[in-house]
Ligand binder design. Sequence first.
Ligand code: EPZ
Length: 434
Amino acid sequence: MDSFLIQGGQRLAGSIAVSGSKNSALPILAVSLMTDAPCRFGNIPLLRDIQTQVKILNTLGIESVWKGRVITTRVADTYNSTAPYELVKQMRAGVCVLGPLLAKRGEAIVSLPGGCVIGERPIDLHLKGLEALGAEITLDHGNIHAKAPKGGLRGAEIYLGGKFGSSVLATDNVMCAAVLAKGTTVIECAACEPEVVDLAECLNAMGARIEGAGSPRITIHGVKKLKGADWDVIPDRIEAGTFILAGAITRSPITVAGCRPDHLLAFFDVLRQMGIRTERKANAVKVIPVDLWKGTEVVTLPHPAFPTDCQAQTMALMSLAQGASTLTERIYPERFMAAAELKRMGAKISVANGVALIQGVDKLSGAEVMASDLRASAALVIAGLAAQGETKISRVYHIDRGYERIEERLRKLGARIQRIAGSPEPAAAKTAEA
Ligand code: EPZ
């Protein structure tokens, strides 16, 4: 298993470009199941999770060609509608083929996603929404069996709110299924994430009739069939946030280019509260270095509030703030895997009942730490960049799931980071989190 070696304390400089959004590309690639026509998907990030999604689509009869950042697809056959455990266990987001398959083929068998390090992640809302459209759903031998009624799915009014509020992938699955259903569907308490909007706009460009994406109420007027997709996914706002934090924590005047700052307003509000300065343009952000920043209180909630996927990286910044901070995790109350590792680097953090209390310290010192999930590993990278001395991060396969060649791109900014090749990952390492 590869690891990263980081010599901290370097000032960074220059510009780093943001890749396409992982969390937009995953559900958007699944629309290739909803049309008989060829599709083209652009600005696709070169990530292991995307490879897994493509493999899932290939098993479902979708032929694909991946050239650079473009994936083209065509429907080779439709006889297999089972998304296997072997692949779905590697990436939870594989569940987002459920709605498209059911809508287009009237049947879907998708492995139930297993456990996840960031917390309990049920799919009850996905199933509730699809059942409301008339699907018959049974859970059997670790699989979800979904079958559309005779005559196909029917439009319905669906309240899709759960105990933690809206669900991104449940909204995606139900919205896709409703696109090819008879009649009109209203999804109340829909997720408002930019990735949901990107999916809806891609579907509308294919001939769907979706209104209100980006608001808690989405209305879908069913259509008979869709054209092929020709879509470039949005930039990755979480990657952009991670790089902005890397600039802030190293007091470096870097520019994060090719991003959508308007997708991160709650994030910038928190930076402003901490005294971190940025200069925003339409699609770029310049970090204005400051020597000191202060603690603040952050609560993660569904978009447009502060994103849970930036929580761990922000915790790293808070660990070097003046004074105390609190981070309340309202989406995954147990998602504090980074805390213990940051404490190995000298951070002062206590976690209880979904709240982390971070007492700022003057410096972090390099140490051997272990990545446990995608965003926690990003937090360790940016902490390592700021720490004094050497940090060694093991199990960086977690970070490869969501950040493309991060060490090479940071090195171009002057970071002293290198990948140490290790033994191949054991199968158990390939567990789902996305
Ligand atoms: C998406 O996951 C993202 N993944 C996650 O990013 C992100 O953390 C999450 O949204 C929240 O923003 C992708 O887009 C591929 P949810 P998703 O359903 O859709 C509960 C990353 O780091 N819930 O919005 O699976 C759930 O347990 C990943 O890139 C139910 O209770 O998340 C959670 O507490 C990690 N029942 C909350 O809702 C359901 O049926 C929000 O989860 C579904 C979800």
